[in-house]
Ligand binder design. Structure first.
Ligand code: SF4
Length: 436
């Protein structure tokens, strides 16, 4: 009988896409995929090393499975955490991990698993590839509205706080032709929306063709209604890319533009390669071309040596730009990064907390103001799911700018585009009434 595997995914969208690739690889190799860990012969946790709590969650999950499982499943750890923590994971006597495999090793998983099951030896495959893009693998996608497509992998930017260049290796892009073939297949499968992914998605290139060219080409595929992308780096945001976003109705007017800090000295310590002014100028250029754009961001507070005055620059940028939402993180050292080696984590925890609270309060006010400004407007939403929240019937969808909109029950279906008049706003969502 075929062995049964379970894959649990933690972390970013790239990890979700990688789990779809891994599922494709393992089902082709004859493994069955199950969703209950108790039914699995092999349990794999595909995890992220970027955030500290992802590690903790994974450790807790492994203990849980070991404790409850009636047998002794083979357990593997995949993804960034495997390349970040390497043999520490295998040597941990409490975790009892059987194998680890990094983001460039997934094609070898069938033989790694076979070996781990047969020999009970601990196996580590965390080598990097300069060329692996998995462009010959057909991912087994989770049903729904959106299909992920990784157009490039790795990162060459070496932001000093980030583990990605060490856990996912150097940048490499797939060919335009190969990506377009995948998007056409996605369209045939009935997905109305595609999200193009890359750690540094707008540094994508295929010889002379860049990310703007790829977006323009992908939007010619008829059955695709919406195209999103994640995550761009401000330094690679060209005017050509802004033009393609502004002038192409299928490219959604939502840009997640990570700021990280509003202070130029801190940005230099982070190796972000832009200044406060450069970032503000970029947002001006984007808004000039695309006035309705929804902008969201990531912020790190309490980076080593960040003073109160320097933190106030971040507050200033947030007030000037008025992002629609922001993910705000307290700085914490990630093992192996330049910041962990060079800079002591010297901003006191209470200060980091106070700064985080202040930014969250500011963002709540800004998000509410932005959402309230949409009341009485009519927006097109793409229906994503039935049941609009925990306690109500209805439907939930997203605007072109990626705002969640709840509508009352009615005769709708998933993937339908519906025009909705916005009637209510909170900082996190909108409510509306469909217009006939
Ligand atoms: S651009 Fe910076 S933050 Fe983003 S993945 Fe690369 S190194 Fe990490």
């Amino acid at each position: 009988m075929n062995k049964k595997v379970l894959i649990r995914t933690y972390g970013c969208q790239m990890n979700e896409y990688d789990s779809e690739l891994i599922t494709g690889i393992l089902t082709t190799a004859g493994y069955g995929v199950v969703t209950d860990p108790m039914d699995a012969d092999i349990v794999m946790l595909n995890t992220c090393a970027v955030r500290e709590n992802a590690n903790r969650r994974v450790y807790g999950k492994i203990h849980d499975i070991r404790h409850k499982h009636p047998g002794r499943p083979v357990i593997g750890i995949l993804g960034c955490i495997a390349t970040n923590l390497k043999n520490k994971l295998l040597e941990d006597k409490h975790l009892k991990i059987d194998f680890i495999a990094g983001p460039d090793s997934y094609k070898r998983l069938p033989e790694i698993i076979q070996q781990a099951c047969k020999t009970h030896n601990k196996i580590a495959d965390i080598t990097f590839s300069k060329i692996e893009t998995y462009e010959d693998i057909v991912p087994e996608r989770v049903e729904g509205v959106n299909a992920w497509v990784a157009v490039m992998r790795g990162c060459d930017n070496f932001c000093t706080f980030c583990v990605v260049p060490y856990t996912r290796g150097r940048e490499r892009s797939r060919s335009v032709k190969n990506i377009l073939n995948e998007v056409k297949q996605i369209a045939r499968e009935g997905f109305p929306q595609v999200t193009l992914l890359g750690q540094n998605v707008n540094s994508y290139h295929d010889n002379s063709r860049d990310f703007a060219d790829l977006l323009a080409e992908a939007s010619k595929i008829e059955a695709i209604k919406r195209i999103r992308f994640m995550s761009p780096h401000p330094k690679d945001f060209s005017n050509k890319l802004i033009d393609v976003i502004a002038n192409n109705p299928k490219v959604c007017k939502h840009i997640h533009l990570p700021l990280q800090s509003g202070n130029t000295r801190v940005l230099a310590l982070m190796n972000r390669t832009y200044t406060k002014k450069g970032f503000l100028d970029l947002v001006d250029r984007i808004r000039e071309a695309c006035p309705d754009v929804v902008l969201t961001t990531d912020i790190i507070v309490g980076f080593p040596t960040e003073t109160d005055n320097e933190f106030n620059d971040t507050v200033d940028v947030l007030k000037k730009i008025e992002f629609d939402s922001a993910f705000i993180f307290k700085y914490s050292q990630r093992e192996g990064t330049i910041a962990a080696k060079k800079y002591p984590d010297d901003v006191p925890e209470e200060k980091k907390t106070a700064r985080t609270v202040l930014l969250n309060e500011l963002m709540q006010q800004t998000a509410l103001k932005k959402n309230q400004a949409m009341i009485s407007q009519t927006c097109e939403i793409l229906i994503e799911r039935e049941g609009n929240n925990r306690s109500e019937n209805g439907w939930a969808g997203r605007t072109n700018g990626n705002k969640l909109v709840l509508i009352p029950d009615g005769d709708y279906k998933i993937s339908q585009l519906v025009n909705v008049k916005i009637t209510e706003a909170t900082p996190h969502l909108l409510r509306g009434i469909p217009k006939s």
